[in-house]
Design a protein around this ligand. Structure first.
Ligand SMILES: [Zn+2]
Length: 317
């Protein structure tokens, strides 16, 4: 499962090998800040990587200083790193290679992004004072394949990404491989779980239907037998009744196999049994003795047990 705080931790431990990438990441870290303000962050890992990157590029940098953050919870301090953005020199997204663009985005995510797991899934957002900065980041993200959206909230401009694919793309771009792996595992686990639940629910519903249908059929068969009507039914119906009694819990496919007929034919016979029992119960179509005797399927001395045995023999043969 994706742990939001660990994503930044992982990103902050990446030290790019190339100078060009280090410079780009530092530009990203300072992207949201105002000129010459340096970097303010609540995250120790971010403060550490900023100092490390600046130091490795030979830029003047101070150790992080803790300052009480306005509006922050008591005990939470911003870490402030005095770092002159102008000393980094000009940097251009348009003329930078892919490695630097990825490093830049990692810097922005560390310096100004937040990753969270909400009730509706993962969420990444960047908050800016300036609309132009927000729009520019949105454009750069889009160019990189991570599609976000822009929103205004309490006088600030937000770029946010939601949706599993967009966030997976961002994690991949910025090099949060561990986070991506956890994220993908979480996503796969979630998808498997959802699919399994759907299957189980469907299975349960099916099972419920099968059990209810079988129960009605068994009752119908018992009623037909009690009324002395079962033995006069056509052979196909008697065979279906016998199989249902042999396999009280089987589904239609099993019964159809046992009868050597199609599923729909088996279904038709079982429904017919239920219908006949209902009709007998309602007094309709009560077969007179003469008709019973006239039935071509009449087999004197037939009993359910004998019928079952006969059917078993038929199957075996
Ligand atoms: Zn590079």
């Amino acid at each position: 499962m994706l742990v939001a705080s660990e994503v930044k931790g992982e990103l902050a431990r990446i030290v790019p090998a190339r100078t060009c990438c280090r410079r780009a990441e530092l530009v990203g870290l300072l992207y949201a800040g105002r000129a010459r303000q340096g970097l303010r962050t609540l995250d120790h890992g971010t403060a550490r990587i900023a100092v490390q990157l600046a130091g490795s590029l030979g830029l003047p940098v101070t150790a992080p200083k803790a300052r009480g953050a306005r509006g922050a919870r008591p005990g939470r301090h911003h870490l402030v790193i005095d770092l002159d953005g102008a000393a980094i020199g000009t940097w251009s997204w348009a003329s930078s290679p892919a490695c630097d663009r990825r490093s830049f985005l990692r810097g922005v995510l560390l310096g100004n992004g937040s990753v969270s797991m909400g009730a509706h899934g993962p969420h990444v957002e960047f908050v800016f004072r300036s609309r132009a900065q927000a729009s520019e980041l949105l454009r750069r993200l889009t160019q990189s394949g991570a599609h976000g959206a822009l929103a205004q909230r309490r006088g600030r401009w937000m770029v946010y990404l939601k949706g599993l694919d967009e966030i997976a793309t961002l994690l991949q771009l910025t090099g949060a491989n561990r986070g991506l792996l956890d994220f993908e595992n979480g996503r796969v686990a979630r998808e498997v779980r959802n699919r399994l639940n759907r299957l189980l629910n469907a299975e349960e519903a099916n099972l419920g239907r099968t059990v209810r249908a079988a129960d009605a059929q068994l009752q119908a068969i018992a009623a037909l037998e009690m009324g002395g009507r079962l033995r006069d039914l056509p052979e196909g119906l008697r065979a279906a009744a016998a199989q249902r009694r042999l396999h009280p819990e089987s589904d239609l496919d099993t019964l159809a196999d046992a009868l050597g007929i199609s599923r729909s034919a088996a279904n038709h016979r079982l429904r017919r049994l239920v219908l006949l029992a209902r009709q007998a119960e309602g007094g309709e179509d009560a077969a007179p003795a003469s008709r019973r005797q006239a039935s071509p399927n009449r087999q004197p001395g037939w009993s359910p047990r004998a019928g079952q045995a006969r059917n078993a023999r038929l199957r075996a043969g």
